[in-house]
Design a protein around this ligand. Structure first.
Ligand SMILES: [Fe+2]
Length: 374
């Protein structure tokens, strides 16, 4: 079993000397795939987790603490959710137009992509939880446009955690919107309902150079060729097993290392023509099982920033209550704020009950759940 702590024992290979260091060094998580490291109270002082009931009439068995949390932890407003939906849709529209241009053999409008990127950037500060939920659950018909918008959201969260300057943030965002646009030429292959053979894989690898061509034909002034390098290297892997050049470690452009992690996470957590989606928990576990491929610092930032329980995902608590994650806690990715949907007896909660797991140490997430199971 791979432990989360293992990846942080590796020597960090991510520094290029050109980009600002992270504002704060991420704290390692002992292990995310074992029972959370709660301190067990002494036998004679053991505290039972509060029982939650959604039955009608609701018995008064909630603790005062829980009632208090319900008052002070507001749910995201409908207005802010609608604003995020609108921003997400505008980004999809911008990519639709870019894809149509590519299909006609014409140059894409970088200004339009920059405007879309700026909308996400502006909303990221106050609406991160809503945007993560959109990125985690939205899937399009041909996957590509949603894939790019989702990667943009996840990438910017990592850029924010690194403490990128406005210029670096813009380079990362623009790379996120362009790096896979070359796939427009390979959608027939990408959407086959089966795994590709070696010859088909070889062909589809050509999307990297196609994406570079799309950037260059746009006429964008790519400072120091950073975006071009990032696009070219987004399938390179830390251990040298990637393509097209088999670069290793810090030989790979930092933006490309970010995209490499996020692109994989987004792909695993969304369905493709040939396989179903994975839960974030399972996707991160699969990536940790192949940890030599990814920059460990960036993988850690993804886990901290998006978490194995992203907003909107369902979880089973140790009390057997089913909840929906409504707010992430930056300092404690395993202890989000959860809205209870069903109590341990299967009763649907009609009242809004919201619990901050940070402030209820006897409660913890037992496992993630698929939405269709509840
Ligand atoms: Fe790609």
């Amino acid at each position: 079993m791979v432990k989360m702590s293992d990846i942080f024992k590796r020597k960090d290979e991510s520094g290029e000397g050109k980009r600002p260091e992270s504002k704060e060094e991420p704290k390692p998580i002992p292990s995310i795939f074992k029972k959370p490291p709660e301190k067990e109270p002494a036998a004679d002082t053991k505290i039972e987790p509060p029982k939650i009931s959604c039955a009608k009439p609701a018995p008064i068995d909630l603790t005062n603490i829980m009632q208090k949390k319900a008052e002070i932890v507001p749910l995201p407003s409908v207005e802010s959710q609608e604003a995020c939906n609108e921003v997400y849709k505008k980004c999809i529209d911008a990519l639709n137009r870019a894809i149509e241009q590519i299909k006609k053999g014409k140059a894409i409008s970088i200004d339009e992509l920059l405007a879309a990127l700026d909308l996400i950037r502006v909303h990221l500060e106050a609406e991160k939880d809503n945007l993560i939920e959109l990125a985690y659950y939205n899937e399009g018909e041909d996957y590509l446009r949603n894939h790019l918008v989702n990667v943009l959201i996840f990438s910017l969260i990592i850029g924010e955690r690194i403490g990128y300057s406005k210029d670096h943030f813009l380079q990362l965002g623009l790379t996120s919107l362009i790096y896979d646009l070359g796939m427009v030429n390979f959608l027939d292959l990408a959407q086959l309902p089966r795994k590709l053979n070696a010859e088909e894989l070889e062909r589809i690898h050509g999307h990297v150079n196609k994406s570079v061509e799309i950037l260059q034909s746009s006429g964008y002034n790519d400072k120091d060729d950073q975006i071009k390098k990032a696009i070219l290297e987004h399938h390179e892997r830390i251990d040298g097993s990637g393509y097209p050049s088999g670069l290793k470690g810090s030989e790979i452009n930092e933006l490309a290392r970010i995209i490499g992690v996020v692109d994989t996470f987004e792909a695993l957590t969304h369905k493709r023509a040939w396989r179903p989606r994975m839960l974030a928990f399972d996707a991160i576990k699969a990536m940790l099982d192949k940890k030599s491929l990814y920059d460990p610092k960036i993988l850690k930032m993804l886990i901290d920033g998006v978490t194995i329980y992203p907003t909107g995902s369902l979880v089973l608590l140790n009390t057997e209550d089913v909840g929906k994650v409504v707010k992430l806690q930056l300092s404690a990715p395993l202890r989000p704020v959860v809205q209870i949907l069903k109590d341990g007896q299967g009763n649907v909660c009609e009242e809004t009950k919201v619990i901050d797991l940070m402030k209820n140490p006897t409660l913890f997430i037992k496992k993630p759940l698929e939405k269709q199971d509840n």
